[in-house]
Write a protein that binds this ligand. Structure first.
Ligand SMILES: [Zn+2]
Length: 263
């Protein structure tokens, strides 16, 4: 069910340079998003605390029904206490980004298309109703298992501004565009500390762009966890680099849109 690396053929709905390339909304050459999935209560509060120690905002993606009695964790890695929307609203008020990560963590590519669309709609409707300040025009939908296809992505992009799914981790920095398809990869099931460090080192050695790494829980929690110590050490190192900025995915999109002269 899980794959070590999720690499799918990238299809691009937007994100291509449009002739306005002299416009640079973000000044840093290297943008890094650590995109945490699955909504484990203990880990997500801890992740938020660690990001706050560096005056950063965490990128937290949660399962819409994860706190409901109907929710059945799809793997044993996910049999942990999940937060509810009181938790998510609290963390959002503290400045962190809360984004949708499916209705119930089903693999939508294994469902009939119409059923998958219903799942997506149910997830996004639940967010609209329960997450304070939810704005579809700024939302990033994060596919469970990073599993999607062009039909599903197209459908989601009719409802939110961006999707995150499998693909090369280094994304070109988005210029003027209206919809965004963000690529990422994850690593597991064992501890992902060495992988995280290696991905970041490789990115920093290159010319730049937007690195998106998909992580899950902290320490012993979830599939491919990173240790608290590694996360803290990584953010500490990155905070010292003048050409690097650590941002949640929706914040990057918001900056692009805010500065987009075509809007
Ligand atoms: Zn997940």
């Amino acid at each position: 069910m899980y794959r070590r690396a999720f690499i799918q053929k990238t299809f691009i709905l937007g994100g291509l340079a449009s002739g306005l390339s002299s416009f640079t909304p973000i000044k840093k050459s290297h943008i890094i998003t650590l995109s945490f999935d699955d909504g484990f209560k203990k880990s997500f509060y801890r992740i938020a605390e660690i990001f706050e120690q560096f005056n950063l905002r965490a990128c937290l993606n949660v399962i819409a029904s994860g706190h409901l009695s109907s929710y059945k964790p799809p793997t044993h890695y996910m049999e942990l206490e999940t937060g509810n929307f009181d938790d998510w609203n609290l963390l959002k008020k503290r400045g962190h980004e809360i984004m949708p990560h499916s209705w119930d963590h089903s693999d939508l590519t294994h469902m009939p298309l119409e059923k998958a669309k219903e799942d997506i709609t149910r997830c996004l409707d639940y967010f609209a109703e329960h997450l304070e300040g939810y704005d579809a025009a700024k939302a990033v939908y994060n596919f469970a298992y990073n599993a999607s296809n062009p039909e599903l992505e197209q459908y989601v992009l009719g409802k939110v501004v961006a999707v995150r799914s499998g693909g090369p981790t280094i994304n070109p920095y988005p210029r003027t565009t209206s919809k965004f398809r963000l690529g990422c990869q994850s690593f597991g099931p064992e501890n992902a500390d060495p992988w995280l460090k290696q991905q970041i080192s490789r990115f920093l050695a290159g010319s730049g762009g937007w690195l998106i790494l998909n992580l899950h829980g902290l320490d012993e929690e979830g599939w491919g966890p990173v240790s608290s110590a590694c996360l803290k050490d990584t953010l500490s190192q990155l905070s010292d680099l003048k050409h690097v900025e650590v941002l949640p995915a929706g914040e990057v999109i918001a900056r692009v849109l805010k500065n987009d002269p075509t809007k």
